[in-house]
Design a protein around this ligand. Structure first.
Ligand code: SAM
Ligand code: SF4
Length: 328
């Protein structure tokens, strides 16, 4: 198992396959002024397969495909197949906004994807279009249903809570867990530094403690669930007799850096050592200079040794890449 310089086991790789998206969530992407990576600079399906092979040889056991919006990659099925071939025993999940999932769910499952996290900030259709701009509630709900039918389960729902926008909507999403086996996870909004466009920088998150109080006031007490995985960033709870569970991810009010087990691969093949800092290593350079699996593995392991101990938002240090470039 690869360990970083602070003794943490690092066995989880999140792979962004695309920096483009079909939505423009208010806290993630502005409507205008965006620049995207040229096609040729994205890692190909074959290159992604090589990185997964190297990571698996190094002891990685968990992978996540993300973006931008990963379902926009025309060769997504090929990517999943190559990842599965490179890591037959691994847990392979995908984070998506669900808009294009309905027609793809079965094929993704057959290609070897285990499960999906679907992004849904509110169950109110009008507010959804306001926060997840260009979105459509019916299409996301249909994507969730398709994922369920295809067995891409357990289904996790990611909801970012934004002050003055969807702070009250946590109640209806949490209520869904009474009847659906969803794992709804409320995420604190993370700031992404001084380079953020003004319309994004001015948005404020809601601390998880506040969302939890709001939910319990409306729906009754939540009991804490024992976590089997100490590196699970979500603190999980359940209502009595509920089908699903409610979780809180609190990178701002309760950072989980001490238990961090992950590194990220950007769409252009940079290994990012912390979501909220700029430390990185160029794996695409290794591959495109002729390096094979053992060279990639060596570079991966060397980079992991330099993983920072934690983020430093309280010292005003931010990542310069934006969330749609990193993948969350
Ligand atoms: N497009 C896909 C989606 O939305 O699920 C995958 C990529 S998106 C960047 C991954 C996750 O990041 C989403 O759940 C989204 O809500 C979350 N996210 C985006 N910007 C964020 C921010 N500033 N703070 C916290 N979470 C954020
Ligand atoms: Fe797209 Fe995901 Fe960013 Fe929303 S959070 S704009 S769906 S990448």
């Amino acid at each position: 198992m690869p360990r970083d310089g602070h003794g943490r086991i690092i066995d989880y790789l999140r792979i962004s396959v695309m920096d483009r998206c079909n939505l423009r969530c208010t806290y993630c992407m502005p409507l205008e002024g965006l620049k995207f990576l040229p096609e040729e600079s994205l890692l190909s399906a074959e290159e992604i397969g090589l990185v997964v092979q190297a990571a698996t040889a190094s002891g990685f056991r968990k992978f996540r495909i993300t973006g931008g919006e990963p379902t926009l990659r025309k060769d997504l099925i090929d990517i999943v197949q190559r990842m599965r071939a490179a890591a037959p025993e691994a847990d392979i999940a995908m984070t998506t906004n669900g808009i294009l999932l309905t027609s793809m769910a079965e094929e993704l499952k057959s290609a070897g994807l285990n499960r999906v996290n679907i992004h849904l900030d509110t169950l109110d259709g009008d507010r959804l279009r306001q926060v997840m701009r260009l979105s459509d509630l019916d299409r996301i709900m249909s994507g969730i249903e398709a994922a369920k039918q295809a067995g891409l389960t357990p289904i996790k729902i990611n909801s970012v809570v934004v002050r003055g926008v969807n702070d009250e909507d946590v109640i209806d999403l949490a209520k869904k867990t009474l009847t659906e086996p969803w794992q709804v996870r409320f995420i604190e909004l993370m700031p992404f530094g001084s380079g953020e466009p003004e319309e994004i920088a001015q948005q404020k998150g809601v601390p998880s403690s506040e969302s939890k109080i709001r939910i319990e006031k409306a729906l009754g007490p939540l009991s804490s669930l024992q976590t089997e995985d100490p590196s699970d960033e979500s603190r999980n709870y359940k209502f009595e007799n509920a089908e699903g569970s409610v979780g809180f991810i609190s990178p701002v009010s309760d950072p989980f850096c001490a238990f961090c087990n992950r590194v990220r691969l950007s769409a252009e093949g940079r290994l990012l050592l912390c979501l909220l800092r700029d430390d990185e290593a160029d794996l695409r350079g290794v591959i495109r200079n002729g390096g094979g699996v053992s060279e990639i593995k060596k570079s991966l392991e060397a980079a992991i040794l330099t993983k920072p101990v934690g983020h430093a938002l309280d010292q005003g240090i931010h990542a310069s890449r934006r969330m749609h470039e990193i993948g969350g």
